[in-house]
Design a protein around this ligand. Sequence first.
Ligand SMILES: CC(C)(COP(=O)(O)OP(=O)(O)OC[C@H]1O[C@@H](n2cnc3c(N)ncnc32)[C@H](O)[C@@H]1OP(=O)(O)O)[C@@H](O)C(=O)NCCC(=O)NCCS
Length: 180
Amino acid sequence: MEKENISYVRYLPKNANELAGVYSEVFAGPPWYEKFDRSQVVLDIQKEIGFETSAWLAMDEKRVVGFTWGYSKRIPDLEKKLGVSLNISDREVAYQSELGLLPDYRGQKIANNLVRLRLDDFLEQNLEYGIVRTKELPEPSVTFSWYTNKLGYEIIARYPKNDGRVILGRSLIGLRKLLV
Ligand SMILES: CC(C)(COP(=O)(O)OP(=O)(O)OC[C@H]1O[C@@H](n2cnc3c(N)ncnc32)[C@H](O)[C@@H]1OP(=O)(O)O)[C@@H](O)C(=O)NCCC(=O)NCCS
């Protein structure tokens, strides 16, 4: 069903609890099949989304149906967080931390719009390179295919032991025109 009343708002701390529920529902499905404790997700969100984080929500009327966030990070700190070596010289990059949409709302460019709003914040902060962790195997995530086939991201690191997760990166210059 086409959802016509989607609006986009910046995350506010009052959204933490509802966002935690949506986050858990999104990642309970393929290809992630994760199980989260909601109160722990609330704490993680409060830790992750700080003053300088670009964090956006997609709203259907007053209900949170999708989310994205990301933030600037120095390469050594990001390597520590991700637990992999990135082979990139030390600089500030845009870490595209999270993106998700409730199943009923997918396939209508809502993620595209969220990613574009976040990109605008990154460009405003003069960040020039974007990094994201996603999954290539055993089945590629939607973002893996989208980012590599359509948005020009490249694999810059793989997790060892056929873990399936990869790190993608690309220059943010020229990306905006691909997010229609
Ligand atoms: C990834 C996700 C947010 C995409 O949301 P969405 O609103 O359906 O995506 P959009 O409609 O904006 O589509 C963006 C692009 O993704 C790709 N895409 C979307 N749905 C797809 C599907 N079912 N199969 C293949 N590609 C798909 C397309 O390339 C599309 O671009 P196009 O329409 O120009 O071809 C959503 O599928 C989701 O929440 N998945 C589970 C959580 C997740 O994997 N998050 C990312 C973790 S790294």
